[in-house]
Design a protein. Structure first.
Length: 191
């Protein structure tokens, strides 16, 4: 089982994670599935292998697809604290905080503070592919997507394909917005 190969599938670890997330004891899983406590403990500690029948039984019990246990991709969970985010302030006074880590391959989340009447130069832009979601957190923001103009107030959002011409700006009032883009800006394709 444990030969030091980090790409090896660790079914026991996945069982333990599912059990802990659901706040289940090993004893409870044993009783509910009809599998012995010692067998399940051995699985979790990478001491036993598992049959397809037992793997399917656990998948059904936890309500996951069997492939969940067989996927060997590492999860890149990244905790980002508010104080870890660095502000980029433009000449127009726009504060741009990229919240997501550089490790994020599929999306970018940015918190943007726009002063009134900004940006001063209204540049229409578009990206090679993907989607964008703009969420108004505070104030009012204008979003033009092709020939449609949207006024977003607090809690409003608009989603669109990134490859169409669009523009984001404020008028008399400033705004705080969240921009979610996939793929991240500057990347032409998702890996």
């Amino acid at each position: 089982m444990g030969n030091g190969n980090h790409t090896e599938v660790n079914i026991g670890l996945k069982i333990r994670r599912l059990r802990k997330i659901r706040n289940l004891s090993l004893q409870q899983v044993s009783e509910d599935t009809g599998m012995s406590y010692s067998y399940l403990s051995g699985l979790e500690n990478d001491k036993h292998s598992i049959s397809i029948v037992n793997l399917q039984r656990l998948a059904n019990y936890f309500g996951v697809d069997m492939i969940h246990f067989l996927d060997n991709k590492d999860t890149d969970t990244v905790l980002i604290r508010k104080n870890d985010v660095r502000d980029l302030v433009t000449e127009d006074g726009i504060v741009f905080d990229v919240i997501t880590s550089k490790k994020a391959d599929y999306l970018q989340v940015s918190h943007v503070t726009l002063p009134p009447n900004s940006p001063t130069e209204k540049n229409i832009h578009k990206h090679a592919q993907g989607q964008e979601l703009i969420v108004a957190i505070e104030g009012e923001v204008m979003v033009i997507v092709e020939d449609e103009k949207y006024r977003l107030c607090e809690g409003d959002s608009v989603m669109f394909s990134s490859d169409v011409e669009h523009l984001i700006y404020t008028e008399d009032n400033g705004a705080k917005i969240l921009i979610v883009s996939s793929p991240p800006y500057g990347r032409d394709v998702i890996p």
